[in-house]
Design a protein around this ligand. Structure first.
Ligand code: ATP
Length: 366
């Protein structure tokens, strides 16, 4: 039983041309025993470096990494009770499935041949690849190779799984199947898992919590729903959710938010939350924008439909207030609702659904 704790972990690379690159900047997060944590963020934000530091494949520049009560950042990788699964699978092509899975154990443990054999058999049965045990990687599909890579991590019986985009090389259908499988597997094995992904759906559906990084800094670590409904700041609000949240820069005058395209009257409660802030950003998720017949309420505005993208059960509707690109925003509406490009409509931004951010610091005010 062990929590994995990152305490102010920092990684600075030295590059001859670029000088110091702060890849990971004072990241602190406490990952509970058995928890599934997904790490997301734009390319280059420090996801892989974070994972590699936990695995011991990269030294840390400062901070501390603990597994339970043990400080592990100075231990060599083999001594840390963690197992890493790579996007590339990293299987040995000349070895069979059985040999690939047994290899690490033979090298790093004192288990008997029988014990190793039993672990390999159990893992291949768990993963549904027992029939393939004598094949070589070249004779396996991508999904099967990925299972072998997972099996190799499972047989080590680690305290922590570290996974770096393990499903990225699979096609969309297989990826979605493997996602569910992996989730069940992790629940059954109850092993703490840190999982790096580019795929927001993966993060939203699989994880207990999501850690969002930007520029090496942790922006938020919270449940998928918290990140979605209560983003800490503008970055998280814009990063989580597809299509992205609509943002409108506003000048706050008393109880009114004045944007370039509309004025938004705030309730007393929201005004209190704003304090004395004047530069704010109003955020509305596309799914919270209501398309209504006429502008009759105080948060209703006239708009023009630009383009409609049908997505089956729902439509992504691109709108503008005045035809200009600057006034573009998006609404997600029921697929049965009939709207067409060029049509004049009215939109509603219900106050219970709006987000307000301090434009200078980016922090969420409500
Ligand atoms: P991606 O999603 O593209 O895989 P990432 O979030 O995993 O990106 P990292 O690979 O952790 O990002 O890289 C973080 C930063 O550190 C980037 O600016 C990268 O260029 C830099 N970096 C990573 N490894 C090295 C290295 N060995 N030497 C110098 N800079 C590095």
């Amino acid at each position: 039983m062990a929590n994995l704790t990152l305490d102010d972990v920092t990684k600075v690379f030295h590059d001859d041309d670029e000088g110091e690159i702060v890849a990971v900047d004072e990241v602190s997060v406490d990952i509970q025993d058995g928890e599934f944590l997904c790490v997301v963020g734009p390319s280059g934000c420090g996801k892989s470096t974070t994972l590699r530091m936990i695995a011991g494949l990269e030294d840390i520049t400062s901070g501390e990494i603990r597994l339970g009560n043990d400080i592990i950042n100075d231990q060599p990788p083999a001594q840390r009770n963690v197992a890493m699964v790579f996007q590339s699978y990293a299987l040995y092509p000349h070895m069979t499935v059985r040999e690939n899975m047994a290899f690490g154990l033979e090298q790093s443990t004192k288990l008997s041949d029988d014990e190793i054999d039993e672990r390999v058999t159990d893992a291949t049965q768990l993963l549904g690849i027992h029939d393939l045990i004598d094949r070589k990687p070249g004779e396996l599909s991508g999904g099967q190779q990925q299972r072998v890579a997972l099996g190799r991590a499972i047989v080590r019986d680690p305290e922590v799984f570290l996974m770096d985009e393990p499903l990225a090389n699979l096609d969309a259908k297989l990826r979605s199947e493997m996602r569910t499988e992996l989730q069940h597997l992790q629940e059954d094995l109850d092993v703490t898992t840190v999982y790096v992904t580019h795929d927001q759906t993966e993060a939203m559906t699989m994880s207990d919590r999501i850690a969002i990084l930007n520029d090496g800094r942790l922006q938020q670590a919270a449940t998928p729903l918290e990140c979605y409904h209560e983003p800490n700041n503008l970055f998280v609000a814009g990063f989580i959710g597809e299509p992205s949240m609509n943002f409108f820069e506003a000048d706050r005058r008393g109880s009114t938010l004045v944007t370039d395209h509309f004025e938004y009257e705030l309730s007393e409660r929201t005004v209190d939350e704003l304090g004395d802030r004047t530069d704010v950003t109003l955020g509305v998720r596309p799914e919270d924008v209501e398309v209504v017949e006429t502008a009759s309420g105080r948060h209703d505005y006239d708009a023009v439909v630009d383009v409609v993208e049908p997505r089956g059960n729902e439509n992504t509707v691109h709108l503008t207030f005045d035809g200009s690109e600057e006034s573009h925003f998006i609404a997600t509406v029921d697929g049965m609702r009939d709207v067409e490009g060029g049509e004049r409509v009215a939109v509603r931004f219900p106050e219970e659904a709006i987000h307000v951010f301090d434009s200078r610091s980016g922090e969420a005010v409500r």
